[in-house]
Design a binder for this molecule. Structure first.
Ligand code: MV4
Length: 461
């Protein structure tokens, strides 16, 4: 028993429960092993045959296939952690990764949550308090108040006029594209607010809204940070994630093309300043819209992100290892001066979905060929014979390349995609191959609307 208490002490652990599934469960398990940590894998009934279950030190089935009864079941996860003797919980992305109550429950159970404190998660989860924290730290934000919209119609109209139309109404509890509405002009303002408020009340349990200038053709640029518990924080460069469809990213790259170091530098330093001011711990991402040469903060993600590999390849930092080490209470092993950005990296998300309709495609992978060679990385949990379940996100693999220049990285990705074969289920590979032949994308001249416009044109043709 005294040994258990010793192990459970926050910041000191030798066994990590990975509270996730799929490629990221495999990725986190590898990082733990490399750090000499033991791992506990969990699964739902649908994931009993997951390959990372076989390579973990313990493997527990925690519930039925429905995520609500397994990967989102906090009590089941904490029970599994206790049974397997885990001293820490890694939430991965999605599921409970940005749930402040879960971070709190893990810590209250005497375990370490591999992520920020419940208070940091809650501050960033409320998009208004996040914006206020950013303004206080000197991070550039989208024009608009850092307070909730009042009820008085005249005051609301005044705020919109001051910002200038078009404006966008967003739910404080939203994020990632949920709970927002564009208002082109004054005559539909109140109607838009009423509709968004009702949606927000239902979806997020809070009617709180805020208003911003609506930027019409921005790019989505994000900045990766890593912080320790000793007052050190660094930014690891930037990514462009503009290639998205319905708020699902499809291709990401690092660095963002065409952004001069001297214009992004002050933004990166402001992000670091914000981390220090809020006492942030672990990894995080600052999301910006970039339009006409200026950056505007929109949201902070308090988790490890799907697209972290492109930053790993350009910075040379193992972000998952660094995140775990920070949670162990170690000081960062690098200073800002040690951080470099070398070459260019792309990531393609390979989804089990119909390439035309985008509907999820479940079933058995009957044949699988993955690319390999210099500058090629594949993060996946699938193999020939693997059964893709209809219950979860359709991401089955991430294809990541790295090369000295953007043009060479594009060529490398084209070749890697040509060498990738998945049979038995439908995937978006044909669509990714076509995208990497596109001229505007090749020139790095795309914004957040580009992919959906490209798809519309392709369907019409
Ligand atoms: C915006 C915007 C334009 N102006 N905010 C969508 C996801 C969420 N993170 C914020 N989003 C947006 N906020 C202002 N003031 C346009 C979007 C947006 C978007 C942003 C990033 C990536 C893809 C997007 C697709 C549609 C709209």
């Amino acid at each position: 028993m005294p040994e258990r208490l010793e192990q459970s002490a926050a910041g000191r652990f030798d066994t990590v429960l990975i509270a996730n599934r799929g490629e990221i469960a495999a990725r986190i398990q590898r990082a733990c092993r490399e750090l000499g940590l033991k791992t506990v894998a969990i699964c739902s009934e649908a994931d009993r045959h997951a390959p990372y279950g076989k390579t973990a030190d313990s493997f527990l089935c925690i519930g039925p296939s429905t995520a609500a009864k397994s990967y989102l079941n906090q009590d089941a996860i904490l029970l599994a952690a206790r049974l397997a003797g885990a001293g820490a919980v890694h939430p991965g992305y999605g599921f409970l990764s940005e749930n402040a109550a879960f971070s709190d429950a893990v810590e209250k159970a005497g375990l370490t949550f591999i992520g920020p404190t419940a208070s940091s998660i809650a501050t960033m989860g409320d998009k208004i308090s996040a914006k206020r924290a950013m303004i206080a730290a000197g991070v550039p934000c989208v024009p608009g108040p850092d307070t909730a919209l009042p009820d008085d119609p005249a005051t609301i109209e005044h705020i919109a006029l001051e910002i200038g139309y078009p404006v966008i109404i967003k739910a404080a509890g939203g994020g990632g594209g949920r709970g927002m509405r564009v208002v082109p002009k004054a005559d539909v303002l109140h109607e838009a607010i009423a509709l968004t408020r009702e949606e927000a009340r239902k979806a997020f349990g809070s009617p709180s809204l805020y208003m911003e200038k609506f930027l019409q053709h921005p790019r989505h640029i994000e900045i990766q940070v890593i912080c320790d518990d000793h007052g050190n924080a660094v930014w690891l460069g930037h990514r462009d994630c503009s290639m998205q469809r319905r708020h699902q990213k499809v291709v990401e790259e690092a660095p963002a093309p065409g952004i001069a170091p001297d214009i992004i530098q002050p933004v990166g330093l402001a992000c670091v300043q914000a981390c220090l001011q809020i006492g942030y711990r672990g990894v995080g991402t600052f999301e910006f819209l970039y339009e006409d040469g200026a950056f505007y903060f929109i949201e902070m993600n308090t988790r490890l992100q799907v697209e972290h590999p492109v930053t790993e390849l350009t910075s040379g930092v193992d972000i998952v290892q660094a995140q775990i080490r920070a949670a162990q209470g170690h000081g960062l092993e690098l200073n800002q001066g040690d951080v470099t950005c070398e070459g260019h990296s792309f990531e393609c998300r390979i989804n089990a979905e119909d390439p035309e309709t985008f509907l999820p495609s479940a079933g058995v992978v009957t044949h699988l060929a993955l690319p390999a060679g210099p500058g090629i990385r594949v993060d996946t949990h699938i193999h020939a014979g693997y059964k893709v379940s209809p219950y979860y996100d359709s991401l089955i693999a991430k294809l990541i390349v790295h090369a000295p220049t953007r043009a060479e990285a594009m060529t490398r990705m084209r070749e890697a995609l040509a060498d990738t074969e998945v049979e038995g289920i439908s995937t978006n590979i044909p669509f990714l191959r076509a995208l990497f032949e596109d001229d505007a994308f090749s020139r790095g001249e795309t914004d957040i609307h580009y992919l959906e416009q490209w798809l519309k044109l392709r369907r019409a043709a």
